[in-house]
Design a protein around this ligand. Structure first.
Ligand SMILES: *Cc1c(COP(=O)(O)O)cnc(C)c1O
Length: 361
């Protein structure tokens, strides 16, 4: 870490790679010889056109996105996408299945119910979302227009470890908090989307990767800016796009390509998560209550079982050189978000702090 910076375990917006921040800093006053910053530049300029094209080309390369998928850069975050999803993809039979494995999948279902016949087709709510529903626990409708899942549950610290079999029904996944942390066979999904502020860029942008044949039948009430086919045709430039986060998508994917791609990110992420989980499994002061097979490698949740001790743990973080270790208000306890940009040293330092805190209490 550079002088003055701390290990930021925020769930989002979250830590970005330092070389990327330095590059953005170096280009801030004069981007690509334009004499201006990307913050000040017309989205129709040649320089920005090259940036958005490079961002898309990089994403296609790092994620191995097939040619029959569109890549869209939209505003409104992940919430904007799950709100617009039923208007775009739910128009054939007007129904969709939602697997509820945490907070955001539940929110997505609620939003979809406003527009279509959206149904809960599996849930781990009765077990406090401590696992991902198994294939046997899913009750899927073959007539549904799509099945929606949240791939990594940011708040509860779980992740799908299998791709559910949905037959011929397209699978739609919210990958906001796990995008680029593992290799994904995009062709197994009808659509993948993500708010970029967890693992890719600063907030203000959502990424949509959607199979071409699934778009073009949006409901007539769909606002133009939320019509995926119109946005695809306009190359995400129907109106002013969020230029700065798009620029960061380019820089971050440049960095990932340089570092060895998503496979290398995954190797590092697995290694970092293992440092935390191995420690958690080796003692009984802290508890992680997630089904081990479904553990997230991005968001690691733990608690002491005593609210006062949890509060003391969180209070001590600043002095230890950390921030944002407090668990989400829905679950309490602690959460360490260890996205791609979190160095291994940060996770090792956290485990040292955990050991010291446990010994003292
Ligand atoms: C953060 C998050 C969201 C919400 O993202 P916004 O961009 O704030 O709408 C949705 N889904 C998941 C999995 C998230 O982690």
């Amino acid at each position: 870490m550079l002088e003055g910076r701390i290990y930021n375990f925020s769930a989002g917006p979250s830590i970005l790679p330092e070389p990327v921040l330095l590059k953005a800093q170096a280009e801030l006053l004069n981007c690509e010889g334009s004499g201006m910053s990307v913050l000040e530049m017309s989205h129709r300029s040649k320089v920005f056109d090259a940036i958005i094209k490079a961002a898309e080309a990089n994403l296609r390369k790092v994620m191995n996105i097939p040619d029959n998928y569109k890549v869209l850069f939209l505003q409104g975050g992940a919430s904007g996408v799950f709100a617009s999803l039923p208007m775009n993809l739910g128009t054939k039979n007007g129904k969709a299945d939602y697997i509820v494995s945490g907070n955001f999948s539940g929110q997505a279902l609620k939003e979809a119910k406003k527009y279509i016949n959206a149904r809960e087709a599996g849930s781990s709510k009765a077990d406090d979302f401590n696992h991902i529903p198994t294939q046997a626990e899913l009750d899927l409708d073959p007539e549904a227009d799509y099945v929606h899942v949240c791939w990594n549950n940011t708040i509860f610290g779980t992740k799908w470890n299998y791709i559910p079999d949905t037959g011929n029904v397209p699978l739609v996944a919210d990958m906001s908090s796990s995008i680029l942390s593992e290799e994904i066979d995009v062709a197994k999904f009808g659509m993948i989307y993500a708010g970029v502020q967890k693992n890719l860029a600063p907030a203000g942008l959502a990424l949509v990767i959607v199979r071409e044949d699934l778009i073009g039948n949006a409901m007539p009430i769909t606002p133009k800016i939320w019509d995926y086919a119109i946005q695809a045709e306009k190359e995400s430039m129907l109106n002013t796009p969020p230029c700065f986060p798009i620029y960061f998508v380019k820089l971050v994917t440049d960095y990932i390509l340089e570092q060895g791609g998503v496979a290398e990110m995954h190797r590092r992420d697995v290694e970092k998560a293992a440092i935390l989980y191995d420690y958690l499994d080796s003692q009984d002061f802290y508890k992680n209550t997630v089904n081990p097979a479904d553990r997230s490698i991005m968001n690691v949740t733990f608690r002491t079982g005593n609210d006062e001790l949890d509060a003391a743990f969180v209070k001590g973080q600043a002095a230890a050189g950390f921030s944002n270790l407090k668990g989400h208000r829905l679950v309490g306890g602690m959460r360490a978000s260890i996205y791609n940009a979190m160095p291994k040293e940060g996770v090792e330092a956290l485990v040292e702090y955990m050991k010291k805190f446990a010994a003292e209490h």
